[in-house]
Design a protein around this ligand. Structure first.
Ligand SMILES: N[C@@H](CCC(=O)N[C@@H](CS)C(=O)NCC(=O)O)C(=O)O
Length: 206
């Protein structure tokens, strides 16, 4: 398997983390997102239907969209899938992530660090992020992970950007169940902080 990803990309981190935590042999290729899209490597442009990272290449197939890649990997490798009964709820969290916490926190972080925005835009993103963190905090108040059986794709996906929460100007201390959950995930074998996991040349050999 070959993964295209980039530093500072929580979307890439989800996939990298799954591969590491499931001890799946893979190669990893860092893509410079600072380069304009037309000047990125031709083989990446050919593989990336939407022009974005992450992209997974496996057995001649290219798969885009981080949550779609996670579902593909779970189907193939069988780790972090949750139980049969939990499948609809794993999907609920993945769809919620794509629309809520995977939108609000990264966009707020991006606006604060790389693309200055007017105060009303920052206010909108901040309010959305806090609402989403409240949702997660409430869910995690009664369960160690998002699904009762243990860590699943839902946790990998929903937590991906939260290791950079301070960079979005929000302290996890205000969301104690989220903070506890992030710490628990960090203790799982294969977990690595995105700042190092996404650096170039982070391949796991077969
Ligand atoms: N919905 C996509 C989002 C992917 C995405 O936003 N990728 C960003 C990096 S985090 C990207 O490649 N941006 C570069 C660009 O748009 O040129 C997913 O889940 O994979």
């Amino acid at each position: 398997m070959h993964l295209f990803g980039s530093t500072d990309s929580g979307h890439s981190f989800k996939v990298k983390l799954y591969l590491q935590m499931s001890e799946t042999a893979h190669s990893y290729e860092w893509v410079d997102l600072g380069a304009p899209r037309p000047s990125r490597p031709a083989h990446f442009q050919a593989a990336s239907k939407f022009g974005e990272v992450p992209v997974l290449v496996d057995e001649g197939q290219t798969i885009c969209q981080s949550n779609a890649i996670l579902l593909y990997l779970a189907g193939k490798i069988g780790r972090f899938s949750g139980t049969q009964e939990e499948q609809p709820h794993v999907l609920e969290w993945l769809w919620w992530e794509a629309n809520r916490i995977g939108f609000s926190v990264p966009n707020l972080r991006y606006a604060l660090r790389w693309a200055k925005q007017p105060p009303d835009v920052l206010h909108y993103l901040h309010r959305r992020a806090v609402t989403d963190l409240d949702t997660l905090n409430n869910a995690l108040g009664t369960s160690e992970y998002l699904l009762p059986s243990g860590p699943t794709l839902a946790d990998i996906s929903c937590s991906a950007y939260l290791y950079w929460l301070e960079q979005a100007g929000i302290s996890s201390a205000g969301f104690p169940h989220v903070a506890r959950w992030l710490s628990s995930l960090q203790l799982l074998p294969g977990w690595e902080h995105p700042d190092t996991a996404l650096q170039p040349r982070r391949t796991i050999e077969a």
